[in-house]
Design a protein around this ligand. Structure first.
Ligand code: LRH
Ligand code: MN
Ligand code: MN
Length: 426
């Protein structure tokens, strides 16, 4: 299924007038405050987020999975689905593959398909948390941290294989997330597990090409419930520092204990030039992988406020690999991803509205009330007409969800692919 420009323009046409009125009203009031609206729109247009190849089907829990039908069952179909998202939103111009869930068969064909849809290959993800068919060694008791050298070697080699796959696609980063840890006190020696992980990551790092990044993701628990080897940003940063200057920390929003101050974490990592990647989602209790911005939109805004500050003031920090890491149990996966993309753009746009000079002055004056007023003035602005304008100028939909529904995308996919499809992945 490919959405044509004419289809999108048709669906836009009836709402163009009202959009223009909303945009003019907001644009005028922002201009009066000294905001450069055109620059904000350009920044929104340049902000591209990778879609994970494993998030295009319904997720599920260990208690069950309910399909939305018409789900992609091959990598080609997954890329086509990202194409649908990108055509409508103009902000999903990349895909992130998990290996071995999505190993390309015909590299040239996959690359051609992706480039015809204006999609790039972002970070590749390795998987040493599941045993693979015919693998000699098991990851039951860990991978890069395992007490067995043979297991560690197998896991190191897998990461090198993933780098080679990514290289053929034009990826520029490897993301390592480990399930390694322990379920019961005494099961692991913390120091041995950490040291083994460090040595294994250093071995992988030797194969990281010069223009690549190694992104080290952390998570406090799950699937291990007593300890995780790379439990937090401190552990990740220590490992990245040990590896070298191509290694960075990756922050996944769902990988924090309740009430963690994530905005402060991203801020300090950027100051140290060590924030490399970002996984967006939202959560109420744990690593819930819910729609971005659906639970804590103000926290997301505060995080973006620090990201924007870092992007503008920390040249020592590289460009980040942005990815949505969400799962969809009760929503059409494509609709859910559209909602996440919109929430990301919304938080970004609001953060771009923060008057940084005024904020700095208020901070110097210790005018606490004014500091809060400045942040909340930006947060309370309804920026949706800016987002719509950014999409419209690039040929996207004024309202991606409405367009998706009026174009009846899910039914077309069901007709094309059949009802009983099962997406591969988690
Ligand atoms: C782990 C995680 C990590 C994995 C993905 C499937 O919870 O966030 O990024 O690769 O989910
Ligand atoms: Mn993640
Ligand atoms: Mn996760």
């Amino acid at each position: 299924m490919k959405i044509g420009q004419n289809h999108i323009q048709d669906t836009n046409s009836k709402d163009l007038k009202i959009h223009q009125e909303h945009f003019d009203f907001l644009g005028n009031s922002l201009s009066k405050k000294g905001v450069d609206v055109a620059t904000i729109i350009k920044k929104l247009q340049d902000f591209q987020v990778a879609i994970p190849s494993w998030a295009l089907g319904a997720g599920g829990t260990r208690f069950g999975r309910f399909s939305f039908f018409g789900e992609p069952s091959s990598l080609e179909q997954k890329i086509e689905d990202v194409g649908v998202l990108h055509a409508l939103t103009q902000t999903a111009g990349a895909v992130s593959l998990h290996i071995p869930w999505d190993i390309p068969q015909d590299y040239n064909a996959i690359k051609e398909l992706a480039s015809s849809l204006d999609i790039k290959f972002d970070a590749v993800n390795s998987n040493t948390f599941q045993d693979q068919k015919n693998a000699k060694e098991s990851y039951k008791y860990g991978s890069l941290s395992n007490t067995s050298e043979a297991v560690r070697q197998q896991a190191i080699q897998h990461n090198i294989d993933v780098i080679n796959i990514g290289n053929k696609l034009g990826s520029k980063a490897l993301t390592v997330w480990l399930a390694d840890g322990s379920c019961f006190p005494g099961q692991n020696n913390f120091q041995t597990a950490f040291q083994n992980t460090q040595d294994s990551l250093k071995a992988i790092y030797k194969s990281i090409p010069d223009d690549w990044k190694l992104l080290i993701e952390y998570k406090p628990y799950e699937p291990n419930f007593y300890s995780t080897v790379i439990q937090d940003w401190g552990a990740s940063l220590m490992l990245a520092n040990e590896c070298g200057n191509k290694a960075y920390t990756l922050v996944d929003l769902g990988h924090h204990l309740p009430n963690s101050n994530i905005e402060q974490i991203v801020s300090i990592l950027q100051l140290k030039g060590k924030l490399g990647g970002f996984h967006f989602n939202d959560s109420k209790y744990g690593d819930d992988d819910l729609t971005v911005g659906s639970i804590k939109p103000y926290a997301l805004f505060l995080i973006f406020n620090e990201l924007v500050y870092g992007m503008e003031n920390n040249p020592q920090n590289p460009d980040l690999a942005w990815m949505i890491d969400a799962s969809h149990n009760v929503k059409d996966p494509l609709e859910d991803l559209i909602q996440s993309l919109e929430a990301i753009q919304e938080a970004y746009a609001k953060a771009l509205l923060v008057d940084q000079a005024l904020l700095k002055a208020a901070q110097l004056d210790n005018d606490v009330v004014k500091c809060q007023e400045i942040l909340q003035d930006a947060y309370r602005t309804d920026v949706r007409p800016l987002l719509a304008k950014a999409r419209l100028e690039k040929g996207g939909a004024l309202s991606p969800i409405q367009a998706y529904r009026s174009l009846d995308v899910r039914n077309s996919l069901i007709q094309e692919r059949g009802k009983n499809t099962v997406a591969t992945g988690l």
